[in-house]
Design a protein around this ligand. Structure first.
Ligand code: FES
Length: 161
């Protein structure tokens, strides 16, 4: 199971859990660490997180499945979260999702054949003044037109090289 976390990161998380009065508060941190190394959180990652924190696997799972940016299935190297909430609906979000599907040749929930991009709808990204919005990694892009998509996708691809 240690292939899910580097030894130094595992030790640091164990130390934080031991020092915490409420280790359950660290669930997201542990899951993000696993995801950061593995790309997503397999069942073994749920087990490992529960062991580190001394809580039940179901307590980890309920957090993992609540947050849509914790991935319980394999995803591409970059996950495109397209806002699917009301301000973006009004601001062209549906057209943006359609343009992405068209450019990438995938439907929501799918990954491109080259394994680079996964496309997922998400709830409000907090960029309601700059609709339509999407997020890739830690970057939120607002006022995304179909024309800007090529530039954004190329920039994200470049970061992998
Ligand atoms: S509704 Fe899309 S960013 Fe808020």
């Amino acid at each position: 199971m240690t292939d899910l976390l580097q030894p130094d990161i595992l030790a640091a998380l164990q130390d934080r859990a031991a020092a915490s009065a409420h280790p359950r508060e660290l669930v997201v941190d542990v899951l993000r660490a696993i995801q950061g190394q593995h790309g997503w959180v397999p069942d073994a990652g749920i087990t490992l997180a529960a062991q580190i924190l001394g809580i039940l696997e179901i307590e980890v799972e309920e957090v993992a499945t609540f947050y849509d940016k914790i991935y319980r299935r394999p995803v591409g190297k970059k996950v495109i979260h397209v806002c699917d909430s009301i301000c973006c609906w009004l601001g062209g979000g549906e057209e943006l999702m359609a343009a992405l599907q068209n450019k990438l040749g995938i439907a929501p929930g799918e990954t491109t054949k080259d394994g680079v991009f996964t496309l997922l709808p998400t709830c409000c990204l907090g960029a309601c003044g700059d609709t339509p919005a999407l997020m890739i990694g830690l970057t939120t892009y607002g006022r995304v037109t179909a024309e800007r998509l090529d530039e954004i996708l190329e920039k994200e691809r470049q970061e992998l090289r």
